[in-house]
Design a binder for this molecule. Structure first.
Ligand code: GTP
Ligand code: MG
Length: 347
């Protein structure tokens, strides 16, 4: 396979208004691949889902693609759509190499749709729009897990016309927000046009297209950004600070560079002086097959980017969601603490 070892997995944030289908889309990407007998290949991380390249290529149904792509897979991050979670969305946006903005095609643009677009504009993150819930269009005949165009071509003319009408409302709204867009299969230059993919997260229609377009974007825009040093010190962002029974305060982290090991000294951003502490345990969710185990988490000795992981360590009570986490040495611990403190004050 043509995966270059020095390119890490791109991080893909799923953003959009409340109830437009972010979590269902990720469930579909996870679930349908498991249903196809690939159980165990999809890794559930803390706050993230990793889909390996082989599975994506399989789902796209064209084995020739195998030699074309350079990334090892895609790491999806779900974000909440409720208006109260602006900072989490902003964090999701800033972490992301790529993003999906999901819009309920029957509802169109809503406040957090616009907010998501603004965040992506600010961070210059390449993204694709998905127009979800096409199965709710009156008269729609669902074609389970089919590529969009296969399903579209099987619909009655009046149903096609209704989809087109709703679709072009979204094109109009994107135009007002400052983006040129077109249906994904008609976009020839993703630098000039945003692709919109009509899908149903419920029936799986259009999901192969979503995976395909994301790989295309990764290929096109990210090759230069995904170089990383697997052997270098771990660098990540705190996604959430959480109390866990028996563990005290833990942090859920997305690691985007280097390696993090049990016993490493780390510096974590907080509202006051950055926390200097030592990793007591690295925890990952148990795979589905082990779900009956007493403990929710499983300890690992080390993790390498890009990955989601829970860190248990002393003194994390004042850790700040959204702030940096870095592995340090006795030589650079004070310099890096200062850097992190300055970074937080600048935001
Ligand atoms: P928040 O996390 O609260 O922002 O919502 P979300 O964007 O994650 O939405 P979620 O996936 O929870 O979906 C909201 C509701 O819409 C659920 O009842 C889903 O079953 C339903 N839903 C999601 N996608 C589809 C779809 O493609 N078709 C239909 N008919 N229903 C859908
Ligand atoms: Mg959700």
């Amino acid at each position: 396979m043509a995966v270059k070892q020095d390119l890490r997995t791109p991080i893909v944030s799923v953003m959009g208004h409340v109830d437009h289908g972010k979590t269902t889309l990720l469930d579909r990407i996870r679930g349908s691949t498991v249903a196809e007998g690939e159980a165990g290949a999809i890794t559930q991380h803390i706050g993230a889902t990793e889909v390996p390249i082989d599975i994506i290529v399989n789902k796209c149904g064209n084995p020739d693609l195998r030699n074309k792509f350079i990334v090892p897979g895609l790491l999806f991050i779900d974000t909440p759509g409720h208006h109260a979670f602006t900072s989490l969305r902003s964090r999701g946006g800033s972490l992301a190499d790529l993003a999906i903005v999901i819009i309920d095609i029957n509802e169109g643009f809503m406040p957090q749709t616009i907010e998501s677009l603004q965040i992506l504009k600010r961070f210059k993150t390449p993204f694709v729009v998905v127009a979800n819930k096409i199965d709710r269009i009156h008269g729609w005949e669902a074609q389970k897990n089919a590529p969009f165009i296969v399903s579209y071509n099987k619909q009655a003319d009046n149903v096609k016309a209704e989809l087109d009408r709703k679709f072009y409302e979204i094109v109009g709204e994107l135009y007002e927000a400052g983006f040129n867009s077109e249906r994904h299969d008609r976009v020839s230059d993703f630098q000039r046009n945003i692709g919109i993919i009509p899908i149903s997260a419920m029936t799986g229609e259009g999901i192969p297209d979503v995976l395909m377009v994301l790989l295309g974007l990764a290929q096109r825009f990210l090759e230069g950004n995904l170089h990383y040093n697997a052997n270098g010190p771990g660098v990540g962002t705190v996604l959430e600070v959480k109390e866990e029974k028996g563990l005290g305060t833990t942090i859920d982290v997305i690691l985007y560079d280097g390696t993090l090991k049990k016993g490493d000294m780390i510096v974590v951003g907080s509202l006051g002086k950055p926390i200097q502490t030592k990793v007591r345990a690295l925890l990952k969710p148990r795979p589905l097959s082990e779900i009956k185990a007493e403990e929710k988490f499983k300890q690992v000795q080390s993790v390498t980017a890009a990955i989601g992981v829970k860190i248990s360590a002393p003194n994390l009570d004042s850790a700040l969601a959204g702030s940096p986490v870095r592995v340090v040495t006795p030589e650079n611990i004070d310099a890096i603490s200062d850097e992190i403190q300055n970074e937080i004050e600048d935001v």
